[in-house]
Design a binder for this molecule. Sequence first.
Ligand SMILES: *Cc1c(COP(=O)(O)O)cnc(C)c1O
Length: 405
Amino acid sequence: MSKQKFTGLSSVALHAAGHDNADYSHITPIYATSTFTFDTAQQGMERFAGDDKTKIYSRWGNPTFTAAEKTIEALESFNIFNADGTPLKLKALLHSSGQAAMTTLFMSNLKTGDTVLSHYSLYGGTYELFHKVLADNGIQVIIADLRDLNVVEDTIKQNKIKLIHIETPANPTIQCVDIEAVTKIAKQHNIIVSVDNTFATPYLQQPFKYGVDFVFHSTTKFLNGHGTAIGGVLLGKDLEFMKTKAWKWHVLLGGNSNPFDAFLLTNGLKTLELRMEKHCSNAMLVAKFLEQHPAIEQVNYTGLTSHPDYKTSQKQMRHPGAVMSYELKGGIEAGKKFIDKLQVCVRAISLGTLDTLVSHPASMSHMSVAKEERIKFGITDGLIRMSVGIENIEDILNDLEQALK
Ligand SMILES: *Cc1c(COP(=O)(O)O)cnc(C)c1O
């Protein structure tokens, strides 16, 4: 195996973007500009013809986007090697939101008549994109329990599947799909595999290790880490596809990022490892506290051996993450009272911010999923989702204790 420059992800996050700018600015500047100048017509022609489309027009690219893209490419490919021993190379495309990145992913890979296979308990926006936008364009989606490999095999045998989309851990029940096992089956049938790595981040889980084709993130969450911007990124290992078709769709659908949000993202990425360590160690303590609390019916967190996907999470993740869900004894009424009493934890949807966020999926993020579907996926009326922050742990536990009284 060839040796990589850095031994850990913090060094990668700090140095991958480099300092490549004409004014020797240490931090990549916010290039707040819609367009870029050419010294000569010849130079303009060369930029259009070249691989690097960043200095033409900001819908096509911008150096502030490039800094974030380079950093995320380096994080997702860290210490992964091709069969010939060369380091894996990825291409990232920064988008205005996670939904925009997902749109590029699906629109550039699928067409009318194609079938996608995915699983239970997806992010609400993904579920709706499948069942509303893709369905309206004649793309069928089959939802099955991909944690059962026999189901994966059978579904592939009975249907012509073009793409398998995995979200692991999944929102909000923290179900985990075995990326390696599903990808192995998919590749025997020439099926494209994409992974939503939003909950895990490349610090906890690197899907490209298992041969997947695309990784997608809502950078809004742990990658930005501070809750300051909406954003998304699509990464692919087929560099030609990423530079041609995926890039074309991205540019034509108009899902470009903006320089300020990209700057905030690159800054946030620098502390990914530090933040994730603290988020995850706090989350484990919160899960253990809740699990033994008499007012709690059930806790969904893959760091607990009681979670059905504990083993899968241990296999493919460095730590089980910082998002969990739980159900109070007394269901929805008890849950509402609990949420209203919180004084430190913040009532808000979203996740991956520095502070602890608490939400109620049935009435918020998953409101547009039909009730019977929701219940089937484990998103019960009383379920509470929590993204554990980096507060001093005693303050989170004290807040939960007083709210559960
Ligand atoms: C938030 C989220 C998305 C959508 O991303 P936006 O940035 O809100 O567009 C997709 N998948 C998961 C798992 C998410 O948490």
